[in-house]
Write a protein that binds this ligand. Structure first.
Ligand code: NAD
Ligand code: IPM
Ligand code: MN
Length: 349
């Protein structure tokens, strides 16, 4: 298995949370090769463009990448007004992060939501959002028409089938005392594309009958998540619903600072916090590095080297007995929180 990890710090709090995550990896595996790469604004400065081929080559070779956060294209010129060859390039095609997910075909976005330190039990929020990561409203197929813009929502059988399969695999890999299984969220009462997604889900569910499964309209699912989040185990969603429900679920456990993710394809995987660049707190030294550390734990699990459980235990320990960052109701700085996790890791050995 690989012992090389590519990392991209990115923008805003990206570097502030990736440095702690790297320090945790290095504490566990001193000899591991960590290779820095760039996308987004940093890549424009260093490599002359937001999406250097070298970055893809490095990830291609290592197979895995840990990423902080990158600002997305809202600050770019409006593609409808942009002169030159960027004209009419939709934001979803421009965003370096979305390009990375698409070009590496990282089709499964896996987002475990649990407040660190929470003790197993029937009332505890411990769910995973499994989000389709390559199509839907993120297909990047948009065009101007008379008096407006059309965005295509492309949903294919093939992409739906592989993400449905992943949702059941994730459910099978978890110990779910409630046996809640997979809940597919959709809006098949309105969208033909979601009817296809739901059909494929039902076919898959019939083949994976040992795992409980059901479906909910996404609007109802949002309410049920708020009212009774503990009843959920795996939430399977097309791309945009999965994005929105991820932040909603993060809110249920105290915010985005503790929600990690994996973007997994057949040959590569990218690990990143669910949160973004958080410009409102960037530079203040108070960003919560938990999501980045737990993403690093998922990365170690993925490449088959030990340490993932140790990181999760250490973070749990600090959430239970230590001082967290302000977003998690503590008063610790990023640096002090990181020191506590490193100390807990040492004590764990
Ligand atoms: P955001 O996730 O950056 O922040 C949302 C809120 O959560 C903010 O109040 C922020 O302070 C808080 N927060 C997020 N991470 C935190 C952490 N680790 N510790 C403490 N508080 C934290 O979302 P946004 O403000 O809507 O987006 C900001 C920028 O990031 C945008 O350009 C957006 O496109 C981009 N973004 C990037 C990614 C990514 O790279 N994966 C993900 C989401 C958003
Ligand atoms: C996420 C982010 C991205 C998304 C943005 C930054 C393009 O919100 O990873 O959840 O919408 O997928
Ligand atoms: Mn998001």
């Amino acid at each position: 298995m690989t012992s090389k990890i590519v990392f991209i710090k990115g923008d805003g709090i990206g570097p502030e949370v990736i440095d702690p995550a790297l320090s945790v990896i290095e504490a566990l595996h001193p000899g591991i090769e960590l290779i820095e790469a760039y996308i987004g604004s940093e890549a424009v400065t260093r490599a002359g463009g937001p999406f250097p081929g070298e970055t893809i080559d490095l990830i291609d070779e290592a197979g895995v990448c840990l990423l902080g956060a990158v600002l997305s294209s809202i600050d770019d010129p409006d593609p409808r007004e942009d002169p030159g060859d960027m004209k009419a390039v939709p934001p979803a095609q421009r965003s370096p992060l979305l390009r990375l997910r698409r070009e590496l075909d990282l089709y499964a976005n896996i987002r475990p939501v649990r407040r660190p330190g929470s003790v197993q039990g029937s009332e505890v929020i411990d769910l995973v959002i499994v989000r389709e990561n390559t199509e839907g409203l993120y297909s990047g197929i948009e065009r101007e028409v008379q008096g407006g813009v059309v965005t295509e929502r492309r949903i294919t059988e093939e992409a739906s089938r592989r993400i449905c399969r992943t949702a059941f695999e994730v459910a099978r890999s978890r110990i779910s005392p409630a046996g809640a299984g997979v809940v597919c969220v959709h809006k098949a009462n309105v969208l033909l594309s979601d009817r296809l997604f739901l059909d494929i889900f039902r076919q898959t569910a019939a083949e994976e009958a040992d795992i409980a499964s059901t479906s909910l309209y996404v609007d109802n699912a949002a309410m049920q998540l708020v009212l009774d989040p503990a009843r959920f185990d795996v939430v399977l969603a097309p791309n945009m619903y999965g994005d929105i429900l991820s932040d909603l679920a993060a809110g249920l456990i105290g915010g985005l600072g503790a929600v990690p993710s994996a973007n997994v394809g057949a040959d590569h995987a990218l690990f990143e916090p669910v949160h973004g660049a958080a410009p409102d707190i960037a530079g203040n030294g108070i960003a919560n590095p938990t999501a980045a550390m737990l993403s690093a734990a998922m990365l170690l699990d993925h490449i088959g080297i030990d340490g993932g459980d140790a990181i999760r235990r250490a973070v749990d320990e600090v959430y239970t007995n230590g001082n967290t960052t302000p977003d998690a109701d503590g008063t610790a700085s990023t640096a002090s929180f990181t020191d506590q996790v490193l100390t807990a890791l040492k004590g764990d050995n």
